[in-house]
Design a protein around this ligand. Sequence first.
Ligand SMILES: Cc1ncc(COP(=O)(O)O)c(C=O)c1O
Length: 365
Amino acid sequence: MATSDRTWVEVSRRALLWNFGQFQHFFRNQALIAPVVKANAYGHGNRWVVENLHRSPIWGFCVAYDTEAEELRRFTAKPILVLSAWQETNLPRLIRHGIRLVVWDLVAARTVARVARRLGRRAIVHLKIDTGTTRIGTRLEALAGLKNFIRRQPALTVEGVFSHYADSEAASLTFTRQQQRRFVQAAHHIPAPYLHLACTAASLRLPLPPTNLVRLGLGLYGLWPSSATRQANRVSLKPVLSWKTRLLQVKSVPASTTIGYHRTYRLRRSSTIGVIPIGYADGYDRRASNRSSVVIADQLYPIIGRVCMNLTMIDLGARRRIQPGTEVTLLGPRVDADELARQWGTINYEVVSRIDREIPRLEVA
Ligand SMILES: Cc1ncc(COP(=O)(O)O)c(C=O)c1O
């Protein structure tokens, strides 16, 4: 491993394959897994995840944007589904590459059909139904019109019908069950080889409805969408990612010294301060200021003062002998994504997916 990098993310192949195996065993023959690798595979490195899974018995990969699909097409011949958004100008390339395209209403269907006709090709589409999440997807009232249009379009092959839950992580599953019923009723009338609805939380908390794919994101990376999902106790998961850096400078400073921008922290006693070359521009949230900790040789050290754009200070206390160059863990077993999410007032999805994609991802065992 290159040890000179300013910062790096370690990803464990063993953990990724363990998590995949757990879900595969859990779904048995009921459904195929479609790993969700959007947002750089939730920060884990999309190319790395794709290359490690594309020979496994999966259906294919899910991304959010057409640009991600085009990037990943170079690394896998498996189906790639664009879940969220494509741009009309990219459609010719996407259709030629066999990228599966979400169609969310009549306007989107007309656009894809027009471009496919012009190319003399068939576009493979997955219809997205809005069962109550009220983001992208056709409203149930508009579904009949969309179906009628598609039936008359030989340039469109409907390979899938899908929807997405709004609240399947929450303690109460009442609304999730309602969405499930709506989906089953609506999808029942549309001939398509693949129906898919469940994400990590729903797949572990409810019996799968009659669908044959599960779009699996967070769980694959060894993280839990919520405590209710963890409590369902269906699989055992191992976090895949750790994020590290090295001490840049170590210095002794006297009592009463203030630390960093806006002087939000004042030392009560003389101390040893460590400076690490990490900041909010890397995805280490500014809300970690005076709140989060890092780990050095299995010991926690608090962040003091404001996290800057590119530098952050930690209090090493009396540990004067810690040298510049010493490895520092920002995110790992002792400070995990759930803990950081709690401290930063967000969710673990955001903590990992915002780690700057330019930071090298290094495979460990
Ligand atoms: C449409 C869609 N399907 C599936 C997923 C995967 O969800 P999870 O990461 O909770 O498994 C996501 C993630 O946000 C999504 O947006």
